[in-house]
Design a protein around this ligand. Structure first.
Ligand code: GDP
Length: 370
């Protein structure tokens, strides 16, 4: 019945079942007059933005709504899951727009990374998708690194327009916006102008200067992202909070390494059948387990949620949800990138099989490490 009530802040339908979804209010608040949702509440009282999850359809509608605005788009992706957090079809959804790409959470990538190669790979990725960007800003919202660069880029490219921040859930959009609020608005009450009149449904606007706003759009979780399949607790375990430590395995062609219970890397071939170094970059909380490939199928099914963790419990129909991909490195080392599960650097001329949940994206790139 509460579905009939709307948040007087953003206009979204209220509900009290899903704290992370749009329009959440605690049950105890539902009888009050002039109800505002949790997201608007936090914005009003704490000048703090919080992301909510919405359905694919709602998300597409909101993003598509940007087609008709003349604004500057800031798209935020997660450095640890660029593939997964990429918004596909952006051109198709909003047409050619002025776009700044923010790659957030750079602090979790290893310091040894070559930033130039990293950017080159991103540019290649953009070119393949026929996406033009005005700028790429590498940043760490949590540490505030890159914030000034982003502000300068926004000011330079804004050209008397509003700014729209988009991104999937968990890329750090709220953290970023909260930093922007701190630095651009200070502790002025950010909601005075945005709160009641003329708010766009499901968008929150933050004054940027006298005449312009930053609009925060809600995010989604795509089925090709690991987080789609995880409980809140497991999501915490797989999401890195600080710099990833590399873990090196010397592997021969009959060996596999499990990444928790989510993926298995099986070495098919190494030059001269030697043991060679395979470098794993996963959140330190994820257990990596070496095993002979031979009997590892049964081992997986038996030990997922136990020895092979996270996940902390089994995955339903695991056996039928797996898919295998094959990669051959040429003369350069490759990074194999698995959505939400970091990456593995494999030696030149090695061949591997990656088996993982079939909807996750698995890609390769020339290694971004020296
Ligand atoms: P949103 O869903 O896109 O709004 O993402 P949040 O801002 O809620 O952030 C999701 C998670 O990523 C939280 O646990 C944040 O603390 C974390 N996070 C955000 N920005 C960064 C960053 O720059 N570095 C790291 N290591 N974590 C971040």
């Amino acid at each position: 019945t509460i579905q009939t009530y709307k948040c007087i802040g953003c206009g979204t339908a209220l509900q009290s079942d899903h704290p992370d979804a749009a329009g959440y209010v605690p049950k105890s608040a539902i009888d009050k007059e002039d109800i505002i949702c949790k997201r608007c509440f936090r914005l009003k009282h704490y000048n703090e933005v919080q992301d909510v999850n919405i359905s694919d359809e709602q998300f597409e509608n909101i993003i598509r709504g940007l087609k008709d605005v003349n604004g500057l788009i800031v798209k935020v992706v997660d450095a640890y899951d660029i593939e997964g957090s990429w918004i596909e079809d952006l051109n198709h959804l909003i047409g050619r727009k002025d776009l700044i790409l923010v790659i957030n959470k750079m602090d979790i990538l290893p310091h040894a990374m070559n930033h130039t190669r990293f950017k080159q790979w991103v540019y290649k990725r953009l070119k393949e998708n026929k996406i033009k960007v005005l700028d790429i800003v590498l940043m760490s919202a949590i540490k505030g690194n890159g914030l000034t660069e982003l502000m300068e880029s926004i000011v330079k490219h804004q050209l008397d327009r509003d700014v729209y921040i988009i991104g999937t859930t968990n890329v750090g959009k709220s953290t970023l916006i909260n930093k922007l609020i701190e630095s651009s608005v200070g502790d002025k009450d950010v909601v005075t102008t945005s709160f009641f009149p003329g708010t766009t449904l499901d968008m929150i606007d933050i004054p940027l200067d006298e005449n312009h706003f930053i609009f925060d759009t809600p995010g989604i979780v795509y089925p090709h992202q690991l987080s789609y399949y995880l409980s809140r607790d497991d999501l915490k375990l797989v999401t890195p909070k600080k710099e990833i430590k590399q873990r090196i395995f010397q592997l021969s062609s009959d060996q596999s390494v499990f990444i928790g219970g989510f993926a298995r890397i099986s070495v098919e071939f190494t030059t001269d059948d030697e043991r060679l170094p395979f470098v794993f970059f996963q959140n330190n909380e994820i257990h990596l387990h070496r095993r002979k490939t031979e009997d590892s199928d049964a081992f997986w099914l038996e030990h997922i949620g136990g020895l092979l963790t996270p996940p902390t419990s089994s995955i339903e129909n695991l056996k039928d949800s797996l898919q295998t991909y094959r990669f051959n490195a040429g003369q350069e080392r490759l990074d194999i990138v698995i959505s939400g599960l970091g990456f593995i650097t494999i030696p030149a001329y090695a061949a591997i099989e990656v088996t993982t949940l079939n909807r996750l994206k698995v890609e390769s790139r020339i290694s971004i490490f020296e």
